[in-house]
Design a protein around this ligand. Sequence first.
Ligand code: ADP
Length: 210
Amino acid sequence: MATTQRFQTILLFGAPGAGKGTQGKILGQIPGFFHLSCGEVFRTLDTSSKLGKTFMEYSSRGELVPDDVTVAMWHQNMNAQTILSLYKPQVDLLVLDGIPRNPAQAVMMKKYVKVLKIVHLVCRDKEKMIERLRKRALKENRADDAKEEVIRKRWSVYEKETFPVLDCYDKAIISEVDAIGSPARVLQNILEHVVPVQEAHFRKPDDPKR
Ligand code: ADP
């Protein structure tokens, strides 16, 4: 399928441990939303492949994988999802988490995605987020969050490299949502911001109710 149109997209944005993955997965279960986590795509790579090795090398240090390979892999994955009709650009709102991870990626992705809304999961309690990451590392066997120093490195990368991504977009499309609270409460708050976007962009002209 020719993707002449850009993907209509919502970015889930926030620090490591803010709950982007948890919320993205839930949103992705709702018809009309398609969730893709860049970190998940990296983790499904064969660790003996060249890209799999590159991912392990950077992620085990808490650093970002280089931009060109990251964006190329993301784009290839999007094309595969589209060809398989798992993602239908004409009807689904794309929910991205973990990408773009720095301003350079935001620029590289501009030709592919039209960002309609950024949901910024905000948590001002850094120690609480770090505690979440530690617990998740135990549960999910994630090498990058098993070591305190790697968690701290991931946080400093977020603050220095990822946070400035917000400056790449119009402030009017950024909605802040409190990341603290039960997953259901956080979801409720996220839906308040994204449902109107989905309804506005995928309204069928012949269906007055939608
Ligand atoms: P979390 O959601 O816990 O912050 P992710 O699962 O998104 O972490 O990412 C894990 C690791 O994968 C990152 O530390 C980084 O090495 C790599 N990674 C994921 N997404 C990107 C990206 N967009 N650019 C570069 N590296 C990435």
